[in-house]
Design a protein around this ligand. Structure first.
Ligand SMILES: [Zn+2]
Length: 399
């Protein structure tokens, strides 16, 4: 017998479960249930199904015919930073190209910030994301680039999420501009020793101007030896070895995937590595969109995330990313919702989030709309009305 309180969220017009047991056809990944209810027991989902068949509960919440979806899983963000890059954005929108170098501006501001200022920033953007329906997020270091500052970023991040990524290899530290090999030695040596206890993942920005394939392999392999699992910033600005390396090393995800060869697409389709697409970055840098349709048609698993960071994608909004993915990346509304929930969970190798199934964490989003399709159909509108995270209800924008 459970001692926790049970709540029945009922009168749900349409419920996205991401549970194929409820699928109406072999191509239905959303497991949509109409006239549905969800039983929450403590911090877990206890049951989901037709409202008419719902079990008894201690309390009830009336969804009034609106849509409920799983909480968003944002599997790629960079929230431990200080400063602002408004001027850079403004210049870019006036015609200047994006390169990896602008990261140095944020590195300088982050090093100069107090722990309290960094923590306050993380808290602020997390609250902002939660109001928009994000109930799980991954975040990274990568704006410190010294042993002290990278470890500090990870300690701060780990107070807010279990999904913490060591990204000492974001760019070569400006302090090592003349000796990148020495920086790789630091990232795989003393810095890794200081950072590994605070992180689950290790990441590399594998790109011209950042780290090449051999450097990325050395860094990720060193991280694996310390118990960190790889994920890679791959093929964002140009073709490169990142995606192939991700598949080779069984990375949980290859992130960006904007410039892919047929061999890259095949590698993703034939591996466990999730292709995480980050349309906020292409939006904010006026770059070519990744081709989600090509990846999906090849059989790759696709996740959608914000890439929230002050330089190239300063949005915490998963609904915004969904709208972009549907409008410009060839995804259907159903595919985009799946990728923003179950897809993100797959990119974090989690099965307890991103779905509304018995035993999953009770992370639900109530939309002020009759269907999940409205997230793409009504772009920019604050449709997130209520959010449950671990069974605790908070209020979204529309509440
Ligand atoms: Zn990123």
């Amino acid at each position: 017998m459970s001692s926790s309180t049970t709540t029945l969220v009922t009168n749900i017009g349409s419920l996205v479960t991401n549970d194929t047991a409820h699928a109406e056809s072999p191509t239905d990944n959303l497991g949509l249930i109409h006239d549905a209810a969800v039983l929450i027991d403590g911090d877990r989902i206890a049951w989901a199904g037709r409202a008419a068949a719902a079990p008894p509960a201690d309390t009830a919440y009336d969804a009034k015919g609106r849509a409920v979806i799983p909480g968003f899983v944002d599997s790629h963000s960079h929230l431990v930073f200080a400063g602002d890059r408004t001027q850079e954005f403004n210049a870019r929108m006036s015609g200047r190209a994006y390169s990896a170098g602008g990261i140095r501006t944020t590195v300088a501001a982050t090093r100069a910030a107090t722990d309290e200022a960094l923590e306050a920033n993380v808290t602020r953007y997390l609250r902002e994301a939660l109001r928009q329906g994000t109930t799980t997020f991954e975040t990274k270091s990568g704006y410190g680039l010294t042993t002290h500052d990278e470890a500090r970023a990870l300690r701060i991040a780990s107070r807010h999420t279990d999904e913490v990524t060591y990204l000492g290899a974001h760019i070569v530290s400006p302090d090592y501009a003349d000796d990148p090999a020495a920086y790789v030695a630091l990232v795989t040596g003393e810095m890794l020793d200081a950072c590994a206890p605070h992180a689950r993942w290790i990441d590399v920005f594998c790109e011209k101007g950042a780290f090449d394939g051999d450097q990325a392999r050395a860094i990720l392999t060193a991280g694996k030896a310390r118990g960190l699992h790889p994920r890679i910033h791959a093929n964002q600005l140009s073709h490169g070895p990142g995606v192939q390396l991700a598949a080779e090393l069984d990375a949980a995800s290859a992130d960006h995937c904007t410039h892919l060869t047929d061999a890259d697409v095949d590698a993703l389709a034939n591996s466990r590595t999730v292709a995480t697409l980050l349309p906020g970055a292409e939006f904010s840098t006026r770059a070519a969109w990744p081709d989600a349709r090509r990846l999906l048609d090849a059989g790759a698993t696709v996740a959608l995330s914000t890439d929230c960071n002050p330089g190239s994608s300063f949005t915490s909004s998963m609904p915004f990313c969904i709208a972009l993915a549907v409008r410009d990346m060839g995804m259907t509304p159903d595919e985009a919702i799946w990728s923003a929930t179950a897809g993100g969970a797959a990119a974090l190798r989690r099965t307890d989030i991103g779905r509304v199934t018995p035993g999953a964490r009770a992370d639900l989003v109530l939309l002020d709309a009759p269907s999940h399709v409205h997230l793409a159909y009504r772009p920019g509108v604050p449709l997130v009305s209520e959010v449950w995270r671990g069974g605790v209800r908070t209020t979204g924008h529309a509440g």
